[in-house]
Design a protein around this ligand. Structure first.
Ligand SMILES: [Zn+2]
Length: 309
């Protein structure tokens, strides 16, 4: 359990502001506060609703009884280990709402002003994209682990058995690298071409990644083409290229930071920050609105990035 006692003083100061209003009908807004990276519940953590502040209990629960209507939920400016979270909630009935907190982490400030900026840039959750104006949707949790099919016959047809085997080994270790660093069971190797999942093709042309969407915006199928250019014969480099393409498959974009695997070209293994971005994506509820998370610094992140484009 994270030690949150340092938040107590400021939060208790806020409790004094609460004035109860007598109304005919009060509804309950309640839920848990959860660390989006570690999945740990957070106790003694201050949650503010309008001018009232309460602390979560030992099970991470907060609870407000308030009249129906619009209320402003906020995790306070006084928290420095996590990005602020705030949201207007139109309360019409008893409502359960868990709040997932994204931790502040160090990043290379030459490329991003903060971790949330890096997160927002690499997931394009603001709806913008340097490679097109499409909103990025990630795999919904009911589809995890994502089936991955290697088109082995094709690889063996195009290349000799040794080279083909190196592709499969590179694939295997890239999958392990993502899973080990993110701590999530992201992928599952399957024996047949899945109707929904990732299909890896091997070719002599350029490497490409494609995808289709179902109507509910769930990624249906990524088609990954891995090319047979000279540098791919090193198993280490093969692994890094597969890590990079699988990163796209789990919905993260290029990074300008050369310490990241998603930098182009991929010259290093997955960084812990990248793995944490993926972990947070797959820990948060589906399609969460990232605009509710904020920090003053992150507003400048994309602008900062343009300097290095
Ligand atoms: Zn790429």
């Amino acid at each position: 359990m994270k030690d949150l006692t340092k938040y107590l003083t400021s939060a208790i100061a806020g409790i004094g502001l609460f004035v109860s209003v007598a109304t005919a009908k009060a509804e309950t807004l309640s839920g848990k506060v959860i660390d989006a990276l570690t999945s740990q519940i957070m106790n003694s953590f201050p949650v503010a609703l309008d001018r009232d502040t309460t602390l979560t209990d030992q099970n991470g629960n907060y609870n407000f009884d308030v009249p129906v209507g619009i209320h402003h939920l906020k995790i306070s400016d006084n928290i420095t280990d996590y990005f602020n979270y705030e949201e207007d909630i139109n309360l019409t009935t008893d409502t359960q709402k868990n709040i997932y907190m994204i931790p502040v982490k160090p990043v290379d400030t030459r490329f991003y002003s903060d971790f949330l900026g890096k997160f927002k840039y690499m997931t394009k959750t603001d709806g913008s994209s340097h490679s097109g104006n499409t909103k990025i949707y990630w795999w919904r949790d009911e589809f995890l682990p994502i089936p991955v099919w290697y088109n082995e016959d094709q690889a063996i047809q195009i290349h000799d058995q040794d080279i083909a085997q190196k592709y499969f080994d590179g694939n295997d270790s890239a999958i392990r690298e993502w899973e080990n660093k993110s701590g999530i069971d992201l992928f599952q190797k399957v024996d047949e071409n899945p109707t929904r999942g990732i299909k890896i093709d091997y070719s002599d042309s350029n490497s490409r990644v494609g995808m289709n969407f179902l109507e509910d915006k769930t990624p249906q199928n990524f088609i990954l083409y891995i090319s047979n250019t000279g540098y791919l014969y090193s198993l280490d480099k093969l692994r890094m290229v597969f890590e990079h393409e699988l990163g796209h498959c789990v919905k993260i974009e290029h990074s300008p930071d050369p310490n990241d695997n998603m930098h182009q070209p991929a010259l290093v293994d997955i960084s812990q920050n990248e793995a944490d971005i993926v972990r947070i994506i797959y820990t948060l509820p589906n399609f969460i609105d990232m605009s509710k998370y904020n920090s003053i610094k992150s507003r400048n992140a994309v602008k900062d990035w343009k300097k290095y484009e």
